[in-house]
Design a protein around this ligand. Structure first.
Ligand code: ACM
Length: 263
């Protein structure tokens, strides 16, 4: 299975320009699964929540950004996971959609909002769902979810073999932490971060790049530079994420002792 990420700098407030870039960059590649950054359609900081809401789309896939990604997925017979701003009756969510040629496979709403995201988004209210693509079980978490081990654990306990992790990281901590998230759950992870900078909401942020793919044994299979655009793929065997043995006498899942934990 060929899996990868597209690290780039989304143009702020311009989903059509971001879609053009994504379409052009992916057009020559063959792949099974590609992950795009958090809020890949809109950018990250918004002084006016109404501006963000106007750029948001329903999770049905009927909006222009997601419906175009579905067409790309159809042409490539692939799965695309992308961050986007979701407009729903309950409010606006920082979401990720998994799409294939038939439409929307799954939508995840970011549970753990970071800092000023709380001014723009409702916290996710649908837990951590998984979906299947080509018989591989896949889950999604978004950026700051990395700091809560329960995010990746919830997905792994539901059977996720690959965790797709769209991100807009601003601290240099997550990349090492995701090595541990993959190792402790014996899953592949794909962190698709963005690059560049933005100002707004009283902040000036620089995004830290270094998108990466980690194996179930915690190996860094690939890691991009902290600057610049990068479309990167690696070949993996997703079956490797089904083996939860850690030593001849240890299994990461059956050795858990939930009765001893404080939840
Ligand atoms: C983040 O969650 N975008 C830092």
């Amino acid at each position: 299975m060929k899996i990868g990420f597209f690290q780039f700098q989304p143009r702020h407030g311009d989903p059509a320009a971001n879609l053009d870039l994504i379409t052009n960059v992916l057009s020559d590649s063959q792949f099974d699964l590609v992950v795009l950054p958090e809020l890949a359609s809109t950018g990250y900081l918004f002084d006016d929540p109404r501006e963000l809401e106007a750029l948001s789309e329903p999770s049905s896939g009927s909006g222009s950004f997601l419906s175009s990604l579905i067409e790309i997925a159809m042409r490539h017979r692939a799965c695309i996971v992308s961050g986007f701003s979701e407009r729903a009756p309950e409010g606006v969510f920082n979401s990720a959609a998994a799409l294939d040629g038939n439409g929307v496979l799954c939508v995840y709403r970011k549970v753990h909002l970071f800092n000023t995201e709380k001014e723009l988004f409702q916290p996710g209210n649908n837990g951590f769902p998984v979906f299947y693509f080509n018989q591989v079980c896949i889950g999604m978490m978004i950026c700051f979810d990395w700091v809560f081990p329960e995010s990746a654990r919830s997905l792994a306990l539901k059977g996720a073999q690959i965790i797709c992790h769209p991100a807009n990281l601003v601290l240099p901590l997550c990349q090492n932490a995701m090595v541990v998230r993959s190792l402790e759950n014996a899953v592949f992870s794909i962190t698709a971060n963005r690059v560049g900078s933005e100002t707004g909401q009283g902040l000036s942020l620089r995004f830290t790049g270094k998108s990466q793919i980690i194996s179930p044994k915690g190996e860094v299979l690939t890691r991009a530079a902290e600057d610049g655009q990068s479309l990167t793929f690696v070949d993996i065997d997703p079956q490797n994420a089904l083996d939860k043995r850690f030593s001849p006498g240890n299994d990461l899942f059956s050795d858990r002792q939930p009765g001893q934990y404080t939840l």
